[in-house]
Design a protein around this ligand. Structure first.
Ligand code: ADP
Ligand code: ASP
Ligand code: MG
Length: 407
């Protein structure tokens, strides 16, 4: 008998039939004698719908008001799921982020959880209640509701598992585990039995939205036992765990991220300090820069190009244009017609061949690489957006990831 945190994603609670299946999944664990804390996301595409509604009223709403609106999606799910469990005769209580004692910093729209006061949840568990908590939302020092960033319910679940010292955190979703690539893009992608926290963190950060990247970061930090499995099929899922216990494969997964835009600042003076001035200005405005490429200086000028997320593109461009007296750029270009395609694997640390294999796969398919970046366990390339899915497939094929079946 232990304490289990189970999280169900948006598609898993999308309609009354699915809510009833999920209620069954929860009551099974309860009947076995476990203390059960459940985290749910907003139903189906509710969050997208709410964003659309906001934009109908105001194209540029304040982040505070947007969080106020978006948090309502999860509030609908917790109450409906609690009602589904009530109907089956189970003792249950739903709690918003605030009621569950989850506090965050004040970055509306991408808040970080700071603390969880577990008193209320433990009180409800002592009363033998199933506790259903709203994912994705928290409470800040201004007594405002915040949200944790898209996909953030995973992070609520892991944070609760860590704070409650749960025996297990299970993320139930619409796929039955973590695959060598998004199974919606690569038909013969293989389900992995295990993956290390570090590899999963890279995959999640590089576009594999099956887990929110901060949830993986937190699971690693607090050593939370994390499993990803299907809400509907009763089959084993994927364990996300510490490195030592996971076989080191050269490449464990391929992923793509469409949320990239590239800015090229061209013809700036080739002298010390230019990159510093450019990137310190962007970082002061909290604009994260990803891949950076600087050309070799010629004719006493150089070009610097870099990528940012799409929602930061306009802000970054305005900043650079308004401060161009500092850089004296002859031309500033931008485009968001790109995707970043990446391979991830702990085995790459000691294998120089992975990069050339990846580039060969792209060359053979006539896919042009615009930028490259590498770290110990990942290699990313920037390609044209319309080539991205093909790139993921040919790289998956090259590394024969379709033959990695561990089940
Ligand atoms: P939920 O609503 O349950 O949080 P998400 O849509 O956030 O579900 O995440 C599940 C989706 O992640 C899957 O439907 C799948 O298309 C996608 N995905 C991306 N990369 C992978 C991967 N490597 N393995 C499994 N699923 C992946
Ligand atoms: N409902 C939120 C979103 O759509 C949080 C989540 O699904 O995890 O991003
Ligand atoms: Mg998700």
């Amino acid at each position: 008998m232990g304490l289990i945190v189970r999280k169900f994603g948006g598609t898993s609670v999308a309609d009354p039939e699915k809510l009833s299946i999920v209620a069954g999944r929860i009551s099974d664990a309860y009947k076995e004698g476990h203390s059960v804390v459940v985290v749910v996301s907003a139903q189906g595409n509710t969050t997208d719908e709410l964003i659309r509604k906001a934009k109908e009223v105001n194209l540029n709403p304040s982040k505070r008001e947007l969080d106020m609106l978006l948090s309502t999606g999860e509030q609908i799910s917790i109450s409906l799921l609690a009602m589904a469990l009530e109907k089956e005769g189970y003792p249950v209580i739903s709690l918003t982020g605030y009621q569950a004692g989850i506090t965050s910093d004040s970055s509306y729209g991408s808040a970080r959880i700071k603390n969880i006061d577990t008193e209320r949840i433990f009180r409800e568990l002592d009363r033998k209640n199933i506790v259903v908590v709203a994912g994705f939302q928290a409470w800040n020092k201004f007594d405002d509701i915040t949200t944790l960033g898209r996909g953030g319910s995973d992070t609520t679940a892991v944070a609760l598992a860590a704070a409650l010292k749960a025996d297990l955190c299970e993320i139930y979703t619409d796929v039955d585990g973590i695959y060598t690539a998004d199974p919606r893009i690569v038909k013969n992608a293989c389900k992995l039995k295990d993956i290390s926290y570090d590899e999963m963190l890279e995959l999640a950060s590089l576009g594999a939205n099956v887990l929110h990247n901060r949830s993986v970061e937190m699971a690693k930090k607090y050593n939370v036992k994390l499993v990803v499995k299907s809400s509907f099929k009763k089959v084993p899922g994927t364990n996300v765990k510490e490195v030592g216990s996971v076989e080191k494969m050269l490449v464990r997964g391929v992923t793509r991220d469409n949320d990239v835009a590239r800015i090229a600042v061209m013809g700036i003076e080739d002298k010390p300090g230019m990159a510093f001035k450019l990137f310190s200005m962007l970082s002061k405005e909290k604009i994260n820069v990803d891949i950076i490429l600087q050309s070799i200086g010629r004719d006493e000028t150089k070009d610097i190009s870099f990528t940012v997320s799409k929602n930061n593109l306009d802000k970054a461009l305005d900043l650079i244009k308004n401060n161009n007296s500092v850089y004296g750029a002859k031309e500033i270009k931008s485009s968001s017609e790109y995707s970043k395609v990446s391979i991830v694997g702990a085995g790459m640390v000691n294998n120089a061949g992975a990069a050339s294999m990846m580039f060969e796969a792209l060359f053979e398919s006539d896919i042009n690489i615009h930028m490259i970046t590498t770290s110990e366990i990942k290699i990313s390339v920037l390609v044209d957006a319309h080539d991205a899915e093909r790139a993921v497939n040919v790289i998956h094929e090259k590394f024969r990831l379709g033959e990695m079946n561990q089940y």
